[in-house]
Ligand binder design. Sequence first.
Ligand code: FES
Length: 243
Amino acid sequence: MTAAVLADRVTAGGDEPTRFEPIESWYPVFYLEDLDQLKPTPFTLLDRDLVIWWDSQALEWRAFDDRCPHRLARLSEGRIAEDGLLECPYHGWAFTGAGTCDRIPQQLPDAKAETSRRACVKSLPTAVEQGLLFIYPGTATRAEQTPIPLIPVPMAEGKPQDGWVMLNTFRDLPYDALTLLENVLDPSHLPFTHHNSVGKRSNASPVELEVTTSDQSGFTGTWADGPRRQTKYHFYRSMSNVA
Ligand code: FES
């Protein structure tokens, strides 16, 4: 799907206004440049093991549960077959991008076990934006109505403003999402932890944040002085930024 403005938008995090339901949100999982279209890639999202693979028939990235419906082998240890289907490494069942089973090599010629619903694997909605692959792990019918958490690019006359640069960096951090969330909500550490890189100890000052929008999926705000003094600092914090 694309990030086109859709008429019936729903809020990320579900319908309960005081509670954020983590699965009802889009999550960025990979830079596209880090994915290999020729082989399946494992990824764990919200404790759920997934396999990501390139569907060359539909020209789309796919995200499946990383578990074959036959004997539960990891599909991420399989391969992309010659016809572009995802093939299980154990007995060779092959799956289409929609998650249906296309073939079972061991069955008799007139058997049709691959048409059983029990032979299907769950396929999750995916989207590509800003060079990233996003996955929606929640209710599939909500995916298209749920906004994708994108970097708000400053626009001028319909185009990104001159001088706007977006850098791709990826770090595996050995701690959980809540610890990271607490860290990125706390810009007062910047002058010390990042002294001589993006911070300077002498710039430490009170954080006077003006919250401009807020709902269960996050908030935006502005700190007029900013951690670098006289540099406005915009907060954009969404729960799905930190999963
Ligand atoms: S476990 Fe996948 S085909 Fe048997």
